[in-house]
Write a protein that binds this ligand. Structure first.
Ligand code: GSH
Length: 221
């Protein structure tokens, strides 16, 4: 049995401020209007309670009131919006749209995240593969640009979870080479990202929390 999830029986989220996976989990939890206890951690000193719940040691980890552990950000997003989806971001009543949303997020995870990691590393360590990896990232960005051009949103003509799930990764992409990104031929993606980063939701999601320890008070997301 995993530790009970806090005195108020709210789910507990182990989180890291700038981790893109934790960021997208927090975004979905906020969009679903869930009350969540947040425990900010440091990767250098992972809390035992987190490791006991999820030995793989990555954040985010969500522990539900009944002890169920959800340890993949994509699963946390889906769990959150299955509890409550006031903006219909999963289109659960429309199976085709729902499938398209899930599939696009999955494809982004499969096709964009690896080249993004390589692009960031190439830039940081001045490798000559930077251009190659950036171009590989651009394949997916071109698709998003086209989708925004055609419909104004990533899936169909209304906002969905897909429009939120990529925010942290696109932010990382834009920050690798800010000068290049400022002139990159993706006006729709850049406008979308800029709007998201200036939103109230983003500010709430990035609210800083004290590092959690047994002695500290729990904070609500
Ligand atoms: N597939 C996981 C990936 C999460 C992940 O890799 N998180 C990083 C931080 S951004 C982490 O916790 N790494 C563990 C470590 O570096 O010790 C998810 O989507 O939740």
């Amino acid at each position: 049995m995993i530790e009970p999830s806090g005195s108020n029986n709210f789910p507990i989220l182990y989180s890291l401020q700038n981790c893109p996976y934790a960021m997208r989990a927090r975004i979905a939890l906020l969009l679903s209007e869930q009350t969540i206890i947040i425990r900010a951690i440091s990767l250098k000193n992972k809390p035992l309670a987190m490791l006991e719940a999820s030995p793989k040691g990555t954040v985010p980890v969500l522990i539900l009131a009944d002890g169920t552990v959800i340890e993949e950000s994509i699963d946390i997003m889906h769990w959150a919006l299955r509890q409550n989806d006031p903006n219909n971001l999963l289109s659960q009543a429309q199976p085709d749209t729902h499938q398209a949303i899930i599939a696009l997020i999955q494809r982004g995870d499969d096709q964009f995240k690896h080249p993004l990691e390589q692009y960031r590393a190439a830039k940081r360590y001045h490798r000559d593969t930077e251009l190659k990896w950036r171009q590989q990232c651009e394949v997916f960005i071109q698709e998003l640009e086209q989708r925004l051009t055609d419909n104004g949103f990533f899936i169909g003509n209304s906002v969905s979870l897909a429009d939120y799930a990529f925010i942290p990764f696109m932010r990382q992409f834009g920050r690798v080479d800010r000068k290049w990104f400022a002139t990159a031929p993706y006006p729709k993606v850049k406008a979308w990202l800029s709007t998201q980063l200036q939103s109230h939701l983003y500010a709430r999601m990035m609210k800083k929390h004290e590092l959690w320890s047994q002695e500290t008070q729990s904070c609500l997301l």
